[in-house]
Design a binder for this molecule. Sequence first.
Ligand SMILES: Nc1ncnc2c1ncn2[C@@H]1O[C@H](COP(=O)(O)OP(=O)(O)OP(=O)(O)O)[C@@H](O)[C@H]1O
Length: 133
Amino acid sequence: MGLHDKQINKNKSFWQSFKHAFIGVYSLISTERNFRKHIVMAIIAVLLGVWLHLDVNEWLWVTLAIFVVVVAEVLNTVVEAIVDLIVGRHFDAAAKKAKDVAAGGVLIAALFAVIIGCLIFIPELLQQFKLNF
Ligand SMILES: Nc1ncnc2c1ncn2[C@@H]1O[C@H](COP(=O)(O)OP(=O)(O)OP(=O)(O)O)[C@@H](O)[C@H]1O
């Protein structure tokens, strides 16, 4: 994969833009441990949703919760990379604030996902439990 390509000029075609966007997603998955955990949770939520036959409205909320967490993780990774680029390996109060706030954004997004998960899956699981026993 082109993680080590040295291109600095603008992309010249859609496919070149797509290739670099794909490399970005690959980098996110391969380097960000918390992102991988969130993806595993998202897969579990989707499998549970399929098993519980969620309706369209419930899928919309589950999908929104998953994407809010993914977007927060993307922004967190971008902030970390830019801060490291600017500050390097020196302690800096503004760098700490930027990274802590970005991590806080992921936490808030994850809390939103937990609330959505509880509101959708708990009643559905109770219903499933009632019908089967
Ligand atoms: N240059 C710095 N100056 C001051 N504090 C820093 C600096 N770099 C990191 N920190 C502190 O260390 C914490 C962890 O930073 P790091 O870059 O390792 O993020 P991370 O562990 O990859 O975060 P996450 O768990 O969100 O992926 C930051 O939240 C911040 O409090």
